[in-house]
Design a protein around this ligand. Structure first.
Ligand SMILES: O=C[C@H](O)[C@H](O)COP(=O)(O)O
Ligand SMILES: C=C(OP(=O)(O)O)C(=O)O
Length: 349
């Protein structure tokens, strides 16, 4: 026997349910499919400038408690109905968190928040929550980070993001080229927009790559390319939501023959990670809209029931509806921000 040279630093722990098995347990119903199909069509029309509406991706930084997320979704569904003539509201349902170094990586990876890494339960909780939210008629958004887990939930997602830490990654661009929903690419954490422009172009192309299929069989996939890739300005070392930064990015899109429309993240580098600052960023965006800017297709907001964030320590009780990753706006401020954006969005001309 030769000396082993492989799997020296890894080992399989247990088998993973397949995407097909999970979707048999939590199937996509006609109501859910209608929510997804209608929202994707509306978002596509917003991104190409055919719709006057503003896309608003709003919700917790991450999902850690499905009951709290559903309680938030029920409130948000009310605002979705109230503002439907001008806003296209999509709930942030982020199950995978990219970490700067290490930390809790989201509900799918560690659903019990205790390092037990019960991934099969995490996948089931994520899919069930997405079914419940879409059944309310409220569409959902997520970051696609892991190359495998997206297969379990992508049919329930109306808008996807590739994060600041992965926009430059070839495999994420290939994945985006396959996704059935519109996909936004964040600028880099240092503020580099070029990588997001490159990503939009790369994802618009078809690619060939290896991936498990819905039954877990390793397969060679061919993708068509995603025509609805777009840039998300999330700030970097300094913010980039001001009118000048937005029009510069829009000019770069036009020069590439792409629609000069983009999404602005009110959080992260644009709020310098101070959640309350999202309110002033929203005010600035509202004024740009009122001044006739045609470049702002949408915004992203980190919002939950309770403002701020808390530390999740195993065995310690958690505040219901408060973030355990980035700090979020509380519900009252979120309502005010959405109302302000509604007032600033032009009515259909
Ligand atoms: O949006 C979430 C965080 O900003 C991102 O996951 C990085 O988090 P970290 O810097 O706390 O690891
Ligand atoms: C991780 C996120 O953002 P970014 O990739 O911009 O840091 C996020 O939106 O949760």
């Amino acid at each position: 026997m030769p000396t082993p040279t492989d799997e020296l630093r890894s080992r399989p722990l247990s088998t993973l349910i397949t995407p097909h098995q999970l979707s048999e347990r939590y199937p996509l119903t006609d109501t859910m499919a209608n929510t997804v199909t209608q929202a994707r069509a509306e978002i596509e029309a917003i991104l190409t400038g055919q719709s006057h509406k503003l896309l608003v991706i709003v919700g917790p930084c991450s999902i850690h408690d499905p009951a709290a997320a559903l309680a938030y979704a029920e409130r948000l569904a009310g605002l979705n109905a109230r503002y439907a003539d001008k806003l296209c509201i999509v709930m942030r349902t982020y199950f995978e968190k990219p970490r700067t170094i290490v930390g809790w990586k989201g509900l799918i990876n560690d659903p019990h928040l205790d390092g037990s890494f019960d991934v099969n339960t995490g996948l089931a909780l994520a899919r069930k929550l997405l079914c419940d939210i879409n059944a309310l008629g409220l569409p959902t958004a997520t970051e696609f980070l892991d190359m495998v887990t997206g297969q379990y939930i992508a049919d329930l997602i109306s808008w996807g993001a590739i994060g600041a830490r992965t926009t430059e990654s070839q495999v994420h661009r290939e994945m985006a080229s396959a996704l059935s929903c519109p996909v936004g690419f964040k600028n880099g954490t240092d503020g580099n927009i070029q990588i997001a422009l490159d990503a939009v172009r790369a994802a618009a192309h078809g690619h060939i790559f290896g991936s498990p299929d819905k039954h877990g069989q390793m397969s060679i996939y061919q993708t068509d390319g995603n025509p609805y890739g777009h840039v998300i300005l999330r700030g970097g070392k300094t913010p980039n939501y001001d009118a000048r930064s937005i029009s510069d990015a829009a000019s770069q899109l036009s020069a590439l023959g792409l629609p000069p429309r983009l999404v602005v993240d009110l959080s992260h580098g644009n709020s310098q990670k101070q959640h309350q600052r999202q309110i002033e960023v929203a005010e600035n965006i509202a004024r740009q809209l009122e001044n006739g800017s045609r470049h702002i297709a949408g915004v992203m907001i980190e919002s939950f029931i309770e403002a701020g964030k808390q530390n999740a320590a195993p065995g310690q009780p958690l505040v219901f509806g408060q973030s355990i990753t980035d700090a979020c706006l509380g519900w009252n401020d979120s309502e005010k921000v959405l109302d302000r954006l509604y007032q600033a969005t032009p009515a259909e001309s």
